[in-house]
Design a protein around this ligand. Structure first.
Ligand code: SIN
Length: 287
């Protein structure tokens, strides 16, 4: 199918997420001008916030080329990449492991001054059942706040740290021996503050920009003072009606927009192996 043809789109839920059908990503990357692909694929992402392309057969270099449609590819600070392409990070849960990588609702790398704009994830091996991932629409989370809470949050900033939940988030799931930076001073400086209400640079829409995995407190507030309001917002941002859930099959490619979503990989497949390859796209300073 040509990149010009209107694709068939299967929405995942009323809130967000879409499977784009009938696209052979490897072939499109090889035959269609990248400027055209860039425009079209960015339009899909703006409309649906997380996209899925099943039945792909991609090498690490293809993933990087696909991610570059969305922006410069970044480095994940805590892991070494694949030997075939170090920009691609393997994320693996082995049958004997009981925690999973990233297993708390989050949006990626908010401990950086410029958190990643998006992530590309490719399913290499998945359990027959289980191991789904959920996303929630952060525009809806903002839209459905009361006017009073919207205005109370308008000028608040949150402090985000890579140290919060680090054991649960990363330990053991990056290929054996591939961790870097843990237990060193490097970890301590991975902290940033961001506005809790973020305006998306492309759509102009406001989103509740809140990563439970990383946020420690409101800037200028204590952790104890921050906790009740943060807990309320964590529960609010993942209301069922804001979410979608995706069941992976090997060979599925996904991309999501971290600026207007949060995500959560389910950890319901102990005893089975799951291997994903991830590439992150650089982002800008949230405003
Ligand atoms: C992630 O949080 O980046 C991983 C998502 C997944 O494994 O489904």
């Amino acid at each position: 199918m040509s990149a010009y043809a209107k694709p068939d789109i299967k929405k995942l839920s009323p809130a967000l997420g879409a499977e784009i059908l009938g696209k052979d990503i490897k072939q499109l990357l090889a035959t269609v001008p990248l400027s055209l692909l860039r425009e079209q694929f960015n339009d899909y992402l703006k409309a649906h916030q997380v996209l899925f392309f099943r039945n792909q057969d991609l090498a690490p270099d293809d993933l990087v080329k696909f991610a570059e449609l969305y922006g410069p590819v970044g480095e994940y600070p805590f892991a070494k990449g694949l030997s075939q392409n170090p920009k691609v990070i393997p994320i693996i849960k082995e049958p004997h492991q009981t925690s999973n990588f990233g297993g708390i609702w989050h949006t990626d790398s908010t401990y950086l001054a410029k958190p990643s704009m998006g992530s590309v994830l490719y399913a290499v091996e998945v359990p027959e059942t289980g191991g789904d991932t959920m996303w929630a629409n952060a525009y809806m989370a903002y839209d459905y706040l009361s006017d009073g809470l919207k205005s109370a949050l308008e000028n608040l900033r949150v402090v985000c740290s890579a140290n919060k939940n680090k054991a649960k988030l990363r330990a053991d799931h990056l290929k054996d021996g591939s961790m870097k930076g843990e237990n060193t001073a490097e970890m301590d400086i991975k902290q940033a503050t961001h506005p809790i209400i973020r305006t998306h640079p492309l759509t102009g829409r406001k989103a509740l920009y809140l990563s439970k995995a990383h946020v420690t407190h409101f800037e200028g507030w204590t952790e104890a003072e921050s906790a009740p309001l943060l807990d309320h917002l964590y529960a609010h941002q993942i209301k069922e009606e804001f979410t979608c859930r995706f069941q992976w099959t090997a060979g599925t490619l996904a991309i999501w927009d971290n600026r207007c979503t949060v995500h959560y990989p389910l950890n319901d497949y102990h005893g089975h192996r799951r291997e994903m390859w991830r590439v992150t796209v650089d982002g800008d300073v949230p405003v």
